[in-house]
Design a protein around this ligand. Structure first.
Ligand code: KIV
Ligand code: ZN
Length: 520
């Protein structure tokens, strides 16, 4: 059996099912491009039947992202499969991923189908998908709680019907490693025709075991691992792919398998996913958390300075955490700035570069030493993944312990300056109210958070927030500035711009094409 493990990334599908995450089409394409740079083998770009936005997102990724298989998810019925094919067909390597639950709990309460009916639907779905493409994956949802006899029957039949990949999900994160390894081994031994398919696992993290379960599955015959960057996904999330990749890489002596991932792209991918989804990475998160390579104790620091490997099992450079020796500051020119961006792997259009350079110069007037993290934040802000309906022109705040917080704000729309003032129960509240008066959109703030991009009193403040209008769709906004109120205003305007853009997209779709946001 081959020692190659295929990495199936579902950040844009299961990951996007994280509560409060909603990515625009451009954001999906940006993430997918970075996933391709990371070297994942398959990108599951969405669930096309679930909403017009998901359909367009999958279609855009299929059209624009090269060198990787692009999959779309479909329930085991003809309509879902037709829609998924429509979305992925332009990919260099399209895949249809169809699924149906096999556990008795799901059959009885959710599907209200008999085992015979499920078997029939699974086989029909795979056959229909095969009429479009050879690359068909079948998933037995809730496999870990399914009767192994029935699971073997379904997987044998779906391979016979033409499935190239059979996925065995631990949908509810119930499995524990020893048991799960044995389960995968038994399935691999008992399913007839298994040598014609790749065995895949898709582990959820409800008990914090998703990565461990994925690895034990590989040791027992799985050759595709599904997961998401930063471990995002439904409930407690999916297996964190960066952890799976680095565990296989770092402990090759134990596992003996390899992936096609370019590990140096891990950190950048994690940052991009965190920024665009608005889901912060916990500081102590393995591989990509801020503290993952930080040494606090004096004994540890001393050890690392003498010999890095005393306390580091991975070189930070291996996950893309290398630091440049080139100091960027107010004397740096456009050429040096462009060069630094290229070294960091960013490719910006001339217009984006001009905006980013202008932003960099303004920051350099306030902050003496500009780090890679600062540059990354500037670039992400200036990449304009959705068009700006409004931009912040100026902000004036009056606040303190004895005055009513008041914000006066100027926004530009198509070059025209629009101004309003509002009071609030705090300066951020006043800013949001003033913006709402200008845009005439009433939004509810769901969350607001701030972090410093680097250490130091002059650090850039990085505000991420989430807003909603209807309580259903949530839009994340981000703003950075050395002034945290300006950062808040920029983040709020950024989220409102996404909301407006999304509404425009929905309106421009043909009537009858809106099936509502219907994620699984
Ligand atoms: O968790 C799960 O079972 C899934 C399937 C659709 C693969 O996400
Ligand atoms: Zn899942």
């Amino acid at each position: 059996m081959s020692q190659r493990v295929y990495i199936f990334d579902t950040t844009l599908r299961d990951g996007e099912q994280s509560p409060g995450v909603s990515l625009s089409i451009n954001e999906k394409v940006q993430i997918a491009r970075q996933l391709a740079r990371l070297g994942v083998d398959i990108i599951e770009a969405g669930f096309p039947i679930s909403s017009p936005g998901d359909f367009e997102g999958v279609r855009a990724v299929a059209r624009e992202v090269k060198g990787v298989t692009v999959a779309g998810l479909a329930r085991a019925n003809l309509r879902d499969i037709d829609r998924t094919w429509e979305a992925v067909r332009q990919a260099e390597q399209p895949r249809i991923h169809t699924f149906i639950a096999t556990s008795d709990i799901h059959l009885k309460y959710k599907l209200r189908l008999s085992r015979e009916q499920v078997l029939e639907a699974a086989v029909a779905a795979v056959k229909h998908a095969r009429s479009y493409t050879e690359d068909v994956e079948f998933s037995a949802e809730d496999a870990s709680r399914s009767d192994p006899e029935f699971l073997v029957q379904v997987l044998t039949a779906t391979i016979k019907a033409g499935a190239r990949v059979i996925n065995i999900p631990d949908t509810v994160g119930y499995a524990v490693p020893g048991e799960w390894g044995g389960f995968i081994k038994t399935i691999c031994e008992r399913v007839a025709g298994i040598d014609r398919a790749i065995v895949s696992v898709h582990c959820h993290n409800d008990l914090g075991l998703a990565v461990a379960n994925s690895l034990v599955a590989v040791s027992n015959g799985a050759r595709q691992v599904e997961g998401a960057i930063n471990g995002i996904g439904e409930r407690a999330g999916n297996a964190a792919l960066e952890e799976v990749i680095m565990a296989l890489h770092t402990r090759k002596d134990q596992f003996g398998y390899y992936t096609g991932a370019r590990t140096e792209e891990i950190y950048r991918t994690s940052r991009l996913v965190s920024t665009l989804t608005g889901m912060k990475v916990q500081p102590n998160k393995a591989i990509v958390g801020n503290n993952a390579f930080a040494h606090e104790a004096g004994i540890h620091q001393d050890g690392v300075l003498k010999e890095r490997t005393t306390y580091e099992i991975m070189n930070p450079a291996m996950v893309g955490l290398s630091k440049s020796n080139l100091v960027m500051g107010k004397h740096s020119g456009r050429h040096a700035f462009r060069q630094r961006l290229e070294d960091m792997g960013f490719s910006l259009s001339d217009e984006e570069l001009s905006r980013a350079f202008e932003h960099f110069k303004k920051l350099a007037d306030k902050k003496s030493n500009i780090t890679d993290e600062d540059i990354e934040a500037i670039v992400e802000e200036e990449m304009h993944l959705v068009p700006d309906s409004y931009t912040l022109d100026y902000l004036h705040i009056s606040s303190g312990t004895t005055v009513v917080p008041t914000a006066t704000i100027g926004l530009r729309k198509e070059g025209k300056l629009l101004e309003e003032a509002a009071c609030g129960n705090g300066p951020v509240d006043a800013i949001c109210k003033a913006v709402d008066k200008i845009t005439k959109i009433q939004c509810t703030m769901i969350s607001w958070g701030i972090s410093a991009i680097t250490a130091g009193k002059d650090a850039l403040g990085d505000v991420t927030l989430k807003i909603t209008r209807d309580g259903q769709k949530v839009y994340a906004g981000r703003g950075i500035s050395t002034d945290i109120l300006e950062a808040s205003a920029k983040a709020y305007v950024n989220a409102v711009n996404k909301m407006i853009w999304d509404a425009n997209q929905e309106q421009s779709r043909p009537a009858g094409n809106n099936t509502g946001n219907n994620k699984i």
